[in-house]
Design a protein around this ligand. Structure first.
Ligand code: ISL
Ligand code: CA
Length: 535
């Protein structure tokens, strides 16, 4: 049966960097409201807001200190309600980020839980040390230890992310009830669902030592455990099923098999998941060791996932990943062409497309020159770790520059005025120097711009059921080419993507529905980074 969240395109907003309205240098909810017309014009039907809750911002809102309020730097609850209403008028629905693996260490639950006698003690995972050492050998996502010692109670607490992000204890039924209450609170306000942060690590099956690994020692005890499936089924049954909403899970270290267990239709857990494998095709083991981009490797992984799940959540970019045009395309000579090629790919895959703010104008990786310009907690932790491991300074910087999450977090480039129209004050994070050249104002009315191409591709998907529901059939995958077919009720479209220079192909013909070059007919010759949809 058709579902609205399959037919719509999602646009991710990272509120801090989207649009500032009051000159404090931080994007906010009134700023988002002021840009809703642009988003409506683009054709998106769902907005995903990265966290807007009160937070000490150690991890920019992914460390939540109060789940049922709005961070004053983003506005008020009334602003949030207005955003939901104003978006609704434009037929745009809103999903929020649900970060329930951990809270901030400033959350009242955690503050109280520091007291051994408190009923909140068991909301988190506290353990005594072993011979003066942490309870086990696990390592965290952010390159540090997983356990933090608390003087007050003489025990350690578990944190899979930063030490200011203590993990919740999902074995405690009271935690489950609290989270259900939070979900209902927002759904009752009219939001349309959640993007669920690192949702497949909630349940820790044991706290035994892990097999020693280069990264995430201990993860076999918490990745996609049976206990997590039970939790997801319960949240679905008791909360989500009572509303017209959907969930997309951010799921780490999933395979097609474990992914299916999390979002297969019959499972009644999540509606779709973000997998990471295609984002790992340009790295060795961890993202800090870059490997040259290879379109064939990338396309092969995408194809595999396309047919592995009932429904996909497709993305090429988000607030944790470098900009896709710099990474999978070209941010030099073929900037415009390759940004449009990546747009074609994203909008013609089977699944719900997720566009990240700025992607629709081809924003590139940052042009920062040193660590002092970087704010991301992960980048700083990894830089320190690399220093401890005696990596030379230039290598350390190269690692961070290519992979830092701040690449995608620089403010949106709206126009060529000071601070790119993002703020009248001092932006919280530097603005890319290319904002004179790459900005919304210069693209919005230009029919040949990247932005206009996104608009066209979104409209095409909306009008072509086969681009939404059709099957995905890979036809050719190589270092240079990714060609596939979408098919529904005997009709088909072929999508040709050329990741290289001029190329000749034979055997493909039809009407040109969309191309990033100005062409009416296709004769088999592809220009550099050309993308064509043939019908
Ligand atoms: O950033 C990463 C890889 O590029 C991941 O290790 C990332 O930390 C992981 O995907 C989890 O991400 C989510 O949870 C984190 C938060 O920092 C991220 O911003 C969020 O997307 C902790 O809440
Ligand atoms: Ca502001």
């Amino acid at each position: 049966m058709a579902k609205w969240w399959q037919e719509r395109v999602v646009y991710q907003i990272y509120p801090r960097s989207f649009q500032d309205s009051n000159g404090d240098g931080i994007g906010d909810i009134p700023g988002i409201i002021s840009r809703l017309d642009t988003l409506e014009d683009l054709g998106v039907g769902i907005l995903w807001l990265s966290p807007v809750y009160p937070s000490p911002n150690v991890d920019n809102g992914y460390d939540i200190s109060d789940y049922c309020d709005i961070h004053p730097e983003f506005g008020t609850m009334a602003d949030m309600e207005q955003l939901i209403a104003e978006a609704g008028k434009r037929d745009i629905r809103i999903i929020m980020d649900l970060v329930i693996n951990h809270t901030s260490d400033k959350h009242q639950w955690f503050v109280k839980s520091r007291d051994k006698e408190s009923p909140y003690r068991d909301y988190y995972i506290w353990r005594p040390g072993v011979n003066g050492r942490p309870p086990n050998n696990w390592t965290s996502f952010f390159g540090e230890d997983c356990w933090e010692y608390d003087e007050k109670s003489g025990e350690y607490y578990l944190h899979l992310f930063a030490k200011q992000q203590p993990d919740l204890n999902w074995r405690n039924p009271r935690v489950m009830e609290e989270i259900k209450g939070i979900m209902r609170f927002w759904l009752d306000k009219g939001i349309a669902g959640f993007r669920c942060d690192v949702i497949n690590v909630l349940y820790k099956s044991s706290l035994d030592n892990g097999k020693k690994k280069l990264v995430l020692t201990g993860s076999e005890h918490y990745i996609s455990q049976e206990g997590t499936h039970k939790i997801l089924q319960e949240l679905r049954r008791d909360v989500l099923d009572k509303y017209d909403c959907f969930t997309v899970g951010e799921t780490v270290f999933v395979t097609p098999e474990t992914g299916n267990m999390l979002c297969g239709e019959g499972r009644r857990e999540l509606d779709m998941i973000f997998s990471f494998e295609h984002m790992e095709t340009d790295q060795y083991i961890v993202k800090w060791f870059k490997r040259r981009f290879h379109a064939g490797r990338f396309a092969k992984v995408i194809s595999k996932w396309q047919n592995a799940l009932d429904w996909n959540a497709n993305y090429l970019e988000n607030h944790d990943q470098p900009r896709c045009v710099s990474r999978f395309g070209s941010d030099g000579q073929y900037h415009v062409q390759s940004a449009k090629l990546l747009c074609t790919l994203l909008l013609t895959l089977r699944g719900t497309p997720f566009i990240y703010q700025g992607q629709e104008i081809g924003m590139t990786n940052f042009d920062f020159t040193g660590m002092d310009q970087i704010r991301d907690v992960e980048s700083h932790n990894i830089y320190r770790l690399a220093k401890r491991l005696h990596f030379p300074a230039p290598l350390r910087w190269r690692m961070i520059k290519a992979t830092s999450r701040d690449n995608a977090r620089t403010p949106v480039q709206w126009d060529s005025s000071p601070n790119a129209g993002f703020t009248k004050g001092k932006p919280w994070l530097g603005i890319n120097g290319n904002c004179d050249r790459i900005n919304m104002a210069s693209q919005i009315n230009d029919p040949d711009s990247i932005r206009s191409y996104y608009r066209k591709a979104i409209a095409l998907r909306k009008n072509e059921r086969l681009l939404i529901y059709g099957s995905f059939i890979p036809l050719k995958i190589s270092k240079e080419l990714f060609i596939y077919k979408r098919e529904l009720d005997g009709r088909s479209m072929t999508i040709l993507l050329n990741f290289s220079n001029r190329r000749q192909v034979t055997g493909y013909n039809g009407t040109v529905f969309l191309s990033n070059y100005d062409r009416e007919a296709f004769d088999g010759s592809l220009s550099p980074y050309e993308a064509i949809i043939l019908g």
